[in-house]
Design a protein around this ligand. Structure first.
Ligand code: AP5
Ligand code: MG
Length: 192
C-alpha cells in the first residue's frame, strides 16, 4: 500500500503545528517538523543547534543541507510508517527536490501539499501573542516576525507552484476555528 505523505504548508503562524497534532492522530502519521527538530538540537546544545540558533533567532532559514540531513535520518529511522506529515519542510526548491529524491529511493512520493492561507496581519497577531508565553526568541518582536514572513515570501511561497505542476496543491483557508480548519483538512485528505 502506498504511504500518505503530506506537506502541511503555510507562512509562519499559519497553524501548521496546531493542525499536525490533530492530523497525526486521525490518520496515524508521523509528524516531522524541522522547526521542532532544530529547537530540540538547541535544547540539547549540540553544535548543529548552536549554529542554527543564530539564524533562527534572526528569522532566517538555516542551510538546506542541515534540514535535508535531519529529514533523511528521520525517514530512515521510520521505515514502517504509514506516512508522514512534513511541517515547515520543504522551504526551498532545493529542499523540495531533495525530498522527492529521498522518497523516490523507497518507491514513495508526496501525496499532496495542503497549503494554509492566512493574511499577514493575522499571522503577526498570532505570533506576537504566542511570544508572550512560548519563550521562542523569534516570536518576540515584529521585526523578526517580519523577517520570517519575508523569507517565506521570497524562498518558500514559490513551492506552491512546484507542487501545482505535479497536480498536488490544495489550498485551505487557514482563518477560523482550529476545529473547522481541521475538518476542512480532513475532508481534503479523505478525497486523495
Ligand atoms: P518553524 O518552527 O517551522 O516556524 P514557522 O514556520 O516560522 O512558524 P510556526 O511554527 O511559528 O507556525 P505554525 O504554522 O506551526 O503555526 P502554529 O500552529 O504554531 O521554523 C522556525 C525557524 O526554524 C525558521 O525561521 C528557520 O530559521 C528554521 N527552519 C525550520 N525549518 C526549516 C527549513 N525547512 N529550512 C530552513 N530553516 C528552517 O500556530 C501559531 C500560533 O497561532 C499559535 O499560538 C496557535 O495557538 C495559534 N493558532 C493556530 N491556529 C489558529 C487559529 N485557527 N486561530 C487562531 N489562532 C491559531
Ligand atoms: Mg510550527
Amino acid at each position: 500500500m502506498s504511504k500518505l505523505n503530506l506537506v502541511l504548508f503555510g507562512p509562519p503562524g499559519a497553524g501548521k503545528g496546531t493542525q499536525s497534532t490533530f492530523l497525526i492522530e486521525k490518520f496515524g502519521l508521523i509528524h516531522l517538523s524541522t522547526g521542532d527538530l532544530l529547537r530540540g538540537e538547541i535544547a540539547s546544545k549540540t553544535e548543529l543547534g548552536l549554529k542554527a540558533k543564530e539564524l533562527m533567532d534572526q528569522g532566517k532559514l538555516v542551510p538546506d543541507e542541515v534540514v535535508i540531513g535531519m529529514i533523511k535520518n528521520k525517514l530512515a529511522s521510520n521505515p514502517d510508517a504509514k506516512g508522514f506529515i512534513f511541517d515547515g519542510f520543504p522551504r526551498t526548491t532545493a529542499q523540495a527536490e531533495a525530498l522527492d529524491a529521498l522518497l523516490a529511493d523507497n518507491n514513495d512520493s508526496i501525496s499532496a501539499m495542503l497549503a494554509l492561507e492566512v493574511g499577514v496581519e493575522e499571522l503577526k497577531k498570532r505570533l506576537l501573542e504566542r511570544g508572550k508565553v512560548s519563550g521562542r526568541p523569534d516570536d518576540q518582536n515584529l521585526d523578526i516576525i517580519a523577517q520570517r514572513i519575508s523569507e517565506y515570501n521570497n524562498k518558500t511561497a514559490p513551492l506552491k507552484a512546484f507542487y501545482e505542476k505535479q497536480n498536488k496543491l490544495h489550498t485551505i483557508e487557514g482563518v477560523g476555528t482550529v476545529e473547522s480548519i481541521s475538518n476542512t483538512l480532513s475532508e481534503s485528505i479523505s478525497k486523495l
